[in-house]
Design a protein around this ligand. Structure first.
Ligand code: EPU
Length: 438
């Protein structure tokens, strides 16, 4: 039976949590290991669902994945890569979005790939047209059928001049993972340049790839015939760090996030300061705290890096329900990332969502009838309620709203939180949250 978390709100979260490797890098570095001809070692690996899914998919394809029982470090040995049974791969249908990134590496190593139906959070349509377009331009032949996609490259994968219509993180990774062993030179314009992408480039460079990041979102890759292994410590999860920072603000608390890195959080830290939060940075992490004063409202637009990241938006909106005045948030990355506000409204928040673009960043959703801007008036006292978690970041937002609310909340759908927040229950416990789980 699904677990129910019963939260008794009103306790400021105080103490220390650690963040490990980024959810949005670690599974991709694991996929990169397929491209090598010797074992790789990945360190700082969190215990989250995407890591389990990718471990299982790699094993199905003959990669020997070992885990150090003490450190959790992974050893990934691709010496015996093989074709997997479609039915075994299909058992992972709907589990994750990462399988789409297996295309290039599998074609390079065994000549073909079968990709099951993808999963991931329901925060928009999340199409894969950019992925398939770039793969076709490398020379891949894509066969979509019920249950998945089969893909091969009878004439090999060749470098190409590519341009993305939007700086998609996943499509940029698709290009990197395919181009590094494609024949010739690939030039990608309109690339995403998130820190997780830079870390994937670091992994590939350790393997022997030749990649240069140029100005104006251009990445140039010189294909090589063979790649070796890597030994890499994954960059820390900046999205988890920002989530705990918002939790400190929402609950009136004080949280030291060990592992948080200033350089990856510049845009978040600016916003955190403008809203009235305080932070202290040292070599090992960042302490985030509520100063006890009033929080200030904000006008905020999400954007691709180096802008304010979409994954930070949902937890921060909860903090804005506690700011004195009217805040405006324009979501420009996903068309449908405000569904989580329904539960906040039931808890007493004053939030209106709008179809218009309430901001100045050019956005793909204004003319298309999506509720992608929010007006939040505060401060409002939140009251506990029953919540079924809709997605990873929205779910974390609901948790911190329940932790700040008066009264009791019963929260279900916790498995979605486990997708991106390692051991979140023990972290909540160590921060003094009042809850039990049944
Ligand atoms: N898009 C397309 N076509 C495509 C690919 C993307 O239209 O083929 C659109 C998407 O629908 C979206 C926009 O482009 O509107 C950006 O999507 P992107 O491809 O950048 O996102 P992603 O690679 O699927 C990763 C993270 C997300 C994070 C985004 C943006 C992983 C596993 N996921 O998704 O993380 O929000 O980049 O930074 O890396 C999360 O952690 O909660 C999360 C959703």
């Amino acid at each position: 039976m699904a677990s129910v978390l019963t939260i008794r709100g009103g306790v400021p979260l105080t103490g220390k949590v650690s963040v490990r490797g980024a959810k949005n890098l670690v599974p991709k570095a694991m996929v990169a290991s397929l491209l090598g001809n010797e074992p790789s070692v990945l360190r700082n690996v969190p215990e989250i669902k995407d890591v389990d899914v990718v471990t299982s998919l790699l094993r199905l394809h003959g990669v020997n994945v070992g885990k150090d029982p003490v450190t959790g470090d992974l050893t990934l040995d691709p010496s015996h890569v093989k074709t997997a049974q479609m039915k075994d791969i299909d058992a992972h249908a709907g589990d994750s979005r990462i399988p789409i990134l297996f295309c290039g590496p599998l074609i390079h190593s065994i000549g073909e790939a079968f990709i099951p139906d993808l999963g991931g959070c329901r925060i928009g349509d999340r199409p894969i047209d950019f992925h398939l377009d770039v793969l076709r331009q490398f020379g891949a032949v894509v066969d979509k059928h019920p249950g998945g996609i089969s893909i091969s490259a009878p004439k090999g994968l060749k470098g190409a001049k590519l341009s993305l219509p939007y700086p998609s993180v996943g499509a940029t990774e698709q290009v990197l993972l395919t181009a590094v062993r494609a024949e010739g030179i690939t030039e990608l314009s309109g690339a995403a340049i998130e820190p997780e992408i830079m870390d994937l480039i670091a992994v590939l460079q350790k393997m022997g790839a030749i990649i240069s990041v140029q100005t104006d979102r251009v990445i140039r890759i010189e294909g090589v015939e063979q790649l070796g292994g890597f030994n890499h410590r994954a960059l820390p999860d900046r999205n988890e760090a920002a989530s705990w920072a918002s939790a400190a603000l929402v609950t009136g608390g004080d949280i030291y996030v060990e592992g948080a890195r200033q350089a990856d959080l510049t845009a978040f830290l600016n916003t955190f300061r403008k809203i009235g939060g305080a932070f202290d940075i040292d070599d090992d992490g960042i302490r985030f705290r509520h100063t006890g004063g009033k929080l200030s409202p904000l006008v905020l637009e999400t954007d691709v890096h180096p802008g304010f990241m979409t994954d930070w938006q949902q937890p921060l909106v909860v903090a804005l329900t506690q700011a004195s005045g009217v805040s405006i948030v324009h979501e420009t990355v996903y068309e449908n990332r405000f569904g989580f506000t329904q539960a906040l409204i039931r808890m007493g928040a004053s939030i209106q969502v709008h179809r218009e673009c309430l901001g100045s960043i050019p956005c793909r959703f204004g003319q298309r009838n999506f509720l992608h801007s929010a007006v939040i008036s505060g401060p409002t006292q939140l009251r506990g309620t029953d919540i079924d978690i809709p997605d990873l970041r929205g779910g974390f937002s609901h948790l911190i709203a329940a932790l700040a609310a008066t009264g009791t909340s019963r929260v279900t759908g916790l498995e979605l939180i486990n997708r991106g927040y390692e051991r979140f229950q023990s972290k909540l416990e160590s921060l003094g949250a009042d809850f039990d789980i049944a």
